[in-house]
Design a protein around this ligand. Structure first.
Ligand SMILES: *[C@@H]1O[C@H](CO)[C@@H](O)[C@H](O)[C@H]1NC(C)=O
Ligand SMILES: *[C@@H]1O[C@H](CO)[C@@H](O)[C@H](O)[C@H]1NC(C)=O
Ligand SMILES: *[C@@H]1O[C@H](CO)[C@@H](O)[C@H](O)[C@H]1NC(C)=O
Ligand SMILES: *[C@@H]1O[C@H](CO)[C@@H](O)[C@H](O)[C@H]1NC(C)=O
Ligand SMILES: *[C@@H]1O[C@H](CO)[C@@H](O)[C@H](O)[C@H]1NC(C)=O
Ligand SMILES: *[C@@H]1O[C@H](CO)[C@@H](O)[C@H](O)[C@H]1NC(C)=O
Ligand SMILES: *[C@@H]1O[C@H](CO)[C@@H](O)[C@H](O)[C@H]1NC(C)=O
Length: 339
């Protein structure tokens, strides 16, 4: 499924100045990832209405994303007046070959195929053509939480021959594949401080995502910290190397999601604006009995309180965290972000 051939695309590429985010006109953003980005694709798959070519995302009230509401790419589109092509799918990993979990369309495979179906005519031939100007769209990859998480590295369920280096390598290979399809502007989001989520906190009590068997919260907490930091270092180094290699023909940069989340955690009042004091340790959505998902929702925060929370549930950032991410990403795309 890897696209390895380098197919010539439009000559307008040569006019692209490297790293000149501020000088380009961004009209569209293409996103790949998991439930931290998905609006409704996974639900559509579960629904039997497979999200194929020209898929229309489903928004609240018809369907809610894993942040309890509208997911951040929609806000990014609103803030920057960008057309959003969101291929992220809840439960996805970078590669189902490396870390097969629930088999959702993966970033390097099924999600890239959707992009091809929507935007590349004569794929794989010498007449291949991209339907967007490479200078006018940015690709964002934001994945890794499931790759290293439950039923994978954190629980030692990964294949004996797969390492974190392979997971980072998959993200970089995806960039190469998209480059071969004609994309020229890329952002890789670093992984968030997963040790701050309830699921990976140093607490051993069961959660809805891992009701049993009992686990050692302190061990998980240290493992996830290690995985996230190692992944982010591998991604940063890989992105720097690609940037060197592509000098003059493409731009690729990290977005420091980790740093943004740390800042939200350390200075909550600056970022959260619901009706109660900012809360970065708890979460709005409650499941009072970890063994009974039917009780989820009992004890949730109110709509007015929601934007006070950094996290929606035991694993997912909240909608307000998503707005913050969207605002900072918009700043990044217009050349003025610290992240
Ligand atoms: C689920 O299926 C129904 C009927 O096809 C559709 O209207 C709805 O939008 C679907 N939900 C999602 C999230 O795709
Ligand atoms: C938003 O983008 C569309 C399409 O690129 C463009 O036609 C329109 O003028 C833009 N609106 C604003 C307010 O910039
Ligand atoms: C695009 O072309 C490549 C190379 O021929 C092929 O491997 C891939 O499956 C094609 N993807 C789609 C979505 O047609
Ligand atoms: C993960 O590994 C544990 C311990 O070996 C095993 O009990 C469990 O079934 C595995 N889970 C999956 C999804 O493979
Ligand atoms: C668990 O985390 C809390 C808060 O981050 C910290 O104060 C405590 O020292 C940690 N305990 C262990 C055993 O790591
Ligand atoms: C919090 O701020 C966001 C903008 O970041 C705004 O859209 C939202 O409505 C605000 N929430 C509340 C409860 O005021
Ligand atoms: C944060 O929210 C949780 C609910 O998940 C609550 O139990 C906790 O007391 C709150 N913390 C603060 C400091 O308000």
């Amino acid at each position: 499924m890897l696209v390895t051939s380098s197919i010539p695309v439009s000559v307008t590429l040569l006019a692209l100045a490297p790293r000149a985010w501020g000088k380009t006109t961004t009209k569209a953003v293409v996103l790949f990832g998991d439930s931290y980005t998905d609006q409704s694709r996974q639900h559509s798959i579960a629904n039997g209405s497979f999200p194929g070519k020209d898929y229309q995302e489903v928004f609240p009230p018809a369907d809610t994303a894993a942040d309890g509401g509208v997911q951040w790419p929609w806000y990014l589109g609103l803030y920057g007046n960008y057309t959003i092509w969101n291929y992220a799918t809840g439960g996805a990993v970078c590669s189902n070959v490396l870390t097969p979990l629930s088999g959702e369309p993966d970033v390097i495979g099924g999600q890239t195929d959707w992009f091809i179906q929507d935007h590349v005519s004569n794929n794989g031939t010498k007449h291949q053509k991209l339907d967007m100007d490479p200078a006018e769209f940015v690709v964002i990859i934001y994945v890794g939480t499931n790759d290293v998480g439950l039923n994978s590295f954190v629980t030692d369920n990964q294949s004996a021959t797969v390492s974190l280096a392979d997971l980072a390598g998959c993200q970089l290979q995806t960039l190469r594949n998209l480059y071969a399809l004609g994309a020229r502007r890329f952002i890789v989001n670093s992984m968030i401080p997963l040790q701050l989520t309830r699921l990976y906190a140093n607490i051993s009590a069961p959660t809805i995502y891992y009701p049993s068997p009992p686990h050692d919260g302190v061990v998980w907490n240290k493992r996830i910290f290690n995985f996230v930091h190692t992944m982010n270092t591998l991604l940063k180094n890989g992105v720097d190397a690609l940037s060197q290699e592509w000098q003059g023909s493409a731009t690729v940069d990290m977005f420091n999601t980790y740093g943004l989340f740390e800042d939200m955690y350390n200075d909550p009042t600056k970022w959260f604006n619901g009706s109660i004091p900012a809360n970065v340790t708890g979460h709005c959505h409650q499941c009072p009995d970890a063994n009974d998902f039917r009780q989820c929702g009992i004890g949730d925060c109110t709509l007015a309180e929601r934007d006070s929370y950094m996290f929606w549930d035991e694993l997912h950032p909240s909608e307000q965290t998503g707005r913050n991410l969207a605002r900072e990403m918009w700043a990044k795309l217009t050349g003025s972000s610290n992240y």
